[in-house]
Ligand binder design. Structure first.
Ligand code: FES
Ligand SMILES: [Fe+2]
Length: 356
């Protein structure tokens, strides 16, 4: 039994904008809820309960008709894009019962990302989705992984992302770098648009970059500014900025913005996406013909495989009762400990029952 559940009153990533084509129905499971999402004929993304009001048939298996209504594939009830039934083939004379409707979910599309609020719609105005400016910006090249199903609670991924002390040994051989974990950490906490965040900051001068970073970002010796930030339970943002000593902030600066989106399916599964953005005109050091974004993105799948393996194995161990087991927190675990506290507090606010 996993000790963690999930938060519903939160904006989560349903997908990147390019994942939603006009009139193409997509079925999702988000925070324990079945949801059908699609982009309507006017380009707006809409979402509602994936269960037909008639006999629970998944509406995502239906089709969009010429007039823009969604037709259920079982008995043909048709819904408008607000989730209201507007036609029933077996009783053409009507009436259409009031309860012939399915509940809509709030959606916000901004900065190249479609966000959904699977919780109480009344509460959705209290928070806004975090901004992700680089994703929709023409000056940046962004490459994303697409959705990856992870058989683990999403908090385990967030904790993994806030913890770079696992680069060695888990990522030994690719991004493994023990020196990196020894850089002193500064912490910052706050709230933006109703989302509590926790951020770690690592700054070093005259730093000898490991070979893979020289390959991505040109230089061997750099000043480096590296941050990991849980912006909300739906998004973690990693920013790396490097430049020759004394040149951070100048046109010599290189680096990336790396977004990780974590959307809970249920208490033991989530969808993970990464999206890396580099300035469009930045080429990699390892291959001057390949952009920095492409070079970074080509290396990520191996790293992700290792993290996926760790998360899955970690989740499996939650099947056992604690029976005297006590989790150990080390000094560098401060950020993930705070992330966990923020989660627990948000869950309490929702009065979702969970065991710790
Ligand atoms: S289940 Fe959808 S129309 Fe009957
Ligand atoms: Fe990792």
């Amino acid at each position: 039994m996993s000790p963690y559940k999930y938060i519903r009153n939160c904006w989560y990533v349903a997908g990147l904008s390019h994942e939603f084509e006009i009139n193409k129905l997509t079925g999702h499971r988000i925070a324990g809820r079945p949801i059908v999402i699609w982009r309507n004929q006017s380009g707006k993304v809409v979402a509602f309960d994936d269960r037909c009001a008639h006999k629970r048939f998944p509406l995502s298996k239906g089709r969009i008709m010429e007039d823009g209504t969604l037709e259920c594939a079982y008995h043909g009830l048709r819904y408008n894009d607000a989730g209201k039934c507007v036609s029933i083939p077996s009783q053409p004379e009507g009436p259409i019962p009031k309860q012939a409707k399915t509940n809509p979910f709030p959606i916000i599309e901004q900065d190249g990302i479609v966000w959904i609020w699977p919780g109480d719609p009344e509460c959705s105005k209290e928070r806004k989705p975090p901004r992700t400016m680089e994703v929709g910006d023409d000056d940046w090249e962004s490459i994303d992984s697409g959705p990856m199903a992870v058989p683990a609670n999403y908090l385990l991924l967030i904790e993994n992302l806030l913890d770079i002390t696992h680069f060695y040994p888990l990522h030994d051989g690719n991004i493994g770098d023990l020196d990196n974990s020894l850089i002193p950490i500064k912490y910052e906490e706050g709230e933006v648009d109703g989302n509590k965040y926790i951020k770690t900051i690592r700054e070093v001068d005259n730093y000898q970059q490991p070979p893979f970073l020289s390959d991505w970002f040109l230089y061997d010796i750099v000043d480096r500014h590296h941050t990991h930030m849980m912006m909300s339970p739906g998004l973690t943002r990693v920013v790396m900025r490097v430049a020759p000593p004394g040149k951070l902030g100048s046109d010599k600066e290189r680096g990336y913005v790396l977004l990780h989106t974590h959307t809970p399916i249920d208490e033991k599964n989530h969808i993970w996406r990464w999206c890396v953005s580099c300035k469009k005109n930045h080429m990699s050091g390892g291959n001057k013909k390949v952009s920095a974004a492409k070079r970074v993105a080509s290396m990520f799948p191996n790293v992700v495989e290792e993290d996926l393996w760790a998360l899955e194995k970690q989740q499996e161990m939650f099947e056992f009762a604690d029976e005297g087991y006590n989790e150990l927190f080390l000094k560098p675990d401060k950020a993930l400990r705070r992330a966990r506290q923020i989660f627990l507090q948000m869950m309490r606010e929702e009065q979702v029952t969970f065991a710790v």
